[in-house]
Design a protein around this ligand. Sequence first.
Ligand code: URA
Ligand code: SF4
Length: 196
Amino acid sequence: MAVKQKLMTTLQDIADQVKACEKCGLCKGRTNSVPGEGNPNADIMFIGEGPGKNEDLHGQPFIGAAGKFLDELLEGIGLKREDVFIANVIKCRPPGNRDPEPDEVQACYPYLEEQVRLIQPKLIVLLGRHAMYRFLPNDLKISEIHGQVLRRKGIATEMQVYLPLYHPAAALYNGSYRQILHEDFAKIPVLLKKID
Ligand code: URA
Ligand code: SF4
């Protein structure tokens, strides 16, 4: 009798692959890779840039100062982390938090793509320009389109709704982004209702 085959990749499979991944040079400097975490049935997926120091130490996304602000933004619209899925473009911390190189982003992208395919979120919130340029044309400027809803072909669906926002870390350096982020976040519940 044939051995029963495992047909479905799960989010846990992806997390396991990411934890063991050596597809780019960032594997050498990491303490832990950070696959992402949250509700597998989430309506909303948040995508950041990549792990910082705290994330690398603990293997979880957005748990440092930017993460605390993200929690505050979520709470402001009545959501908890457990309601959404939080991931990053790059799963291992670049040394000294430098920008990820194009070849590193390229090597890592299939993991994020597969996460999006499995979760099939109604809304993808792109936090900062690194996440934005993975999904949207690179002639767009985040200063011009933050908080605007964009619809285009998705990874797994005919139509995907994207909301590009400033990265929460930007608000740590420049306080004026705090208010902008709160205002842009306030659009999320309304938008979700419209998508339904
Ligand atoms: N910044 C990011 O983009 N992602 C994290 O997980 C933490 C900080
Ligand atoms: Fe693998 Fe991505 Fe980590 Fe590179 S950054 S080693 S591709 S998980």
